[in-house]
Design a protein. Structure first.
Length: 274
């Protein structure tokens, strides 16, 4: 999975230093007056995976980045925690001159989004959490196939194998329409094993359960009813911990941010604009 997708015409990539590493950052329409949306991506995923979803966000200013060890960003020298990832994101935003922003965390990126909302509450206006969890022992693990692939990511070593096993990891429509998963994964960039396992370790050592309900930002939670990677029970827990949040369940698996991107884009746009 190494094909590279060019940045859309209205966006640009740049390399910025944060936390002792150079990270690849994508920005779009930052010259507009609207509050930008920062997107924190999933485990091992690069910015390119997000382009179809970004198209559904229309003219909204967007910032996305390859987390340390993924895409074209540097591999971290040592173990990197979720709070450190959130701090690196804060540094990137400082360099971009962005003071206030909305943040959307997808899957693994949901941990970073929650953490920066806690650590820098005055900067985060609204929070969107999609197909993610609160981490820690109180979360629900995915199917045995999903767990084994998280621990032993052979899918990145062989594209044919990745196209085969991916739908069984994601569940829902990915199983029924494997061509849809292959289309989604076409532009993924293979992460380094060191960077990938650093991300896994960071999430395994983190949890927001003790403090998630104390976050003050308006929060939209999005889940997939047939998600076999991060089961819907995880998003139900987040909603229970923060009763004032909004919660939307789609009839989809872990692919929903791609397969239902038009509906998700409409939901996110409405939430951020209110």
């Amino acid at each position: 999975m190494s094909q590279i997708c060019d940045a859309p015409e209205n966006g640009r990539f740049q390399m910025l230093s944060a936390g002792g590493a150079k990270l690849r950052v994508y920005t779009r329409d930052l010259d507009l007056s609207d509050v930008p949306l920062v997107i924190c991506n999933g485990l091992g995923q690069s910015v390119e995976i997000l382009f179809p979803l970004m198209q559904e966000l229309h003219d909204r200013p967007v910032i996305a980045f390859d987390a340390a060890g993924t895409g074209r960003s540097d591999v971290p020298d040592g173990l990197t925690t979720i709070p450190q990832h959130a701090a690196m994101l804060g540094e990137l935003l400082d360099q971009l001159g962005v003071q206030q922003f909305d943040v959307m965390g997808i899957s693994w990126g949901g941990a970073v989004a929650q953490q920066i909302a806690r650590d820098q509450p005055d900067r985060v206006r609204r929070l969107v959490l999609a197909i993610t969890s609160a981490g820690g022992p109180g979360s629900w693990w995915g199917s045995p196939i999903a767990v084994s692939e998280i621990c032993f990511p052979w899918r990145y070593a062989n594209k044919s194998y990745g196209d085969f096993i991916g739908p069984f990891m994601y569940g829902g429509e990915a199983i029924l329409q494997p061509a849809l998963f292959r289309e989604y994964a076409e532009n993924a960039i293979r992460p380094s094993l060191k960077g990938y396992f650093a991300q896994v370790n960071a999430l395994c050592c983190w949890s927001s359960i003790p403090w998630f309900g104390q976050l003050m930002q308006p929060t939209q939670i999005i889940g997939g009813a047939f998600d076999t990677l991060i089961p819907i029970a995880n998003q139900m827990l987040l909603a229970a911990l923060k009763p004032d949040s909004s919660f939307r369940i789609f009839n989809a698996g872990h692919l929903l941010m791609y397969s239902h991107r038009s509906e998700v884009g409409e939901l996110v746009t409405e939430f951020l604009d209110n």
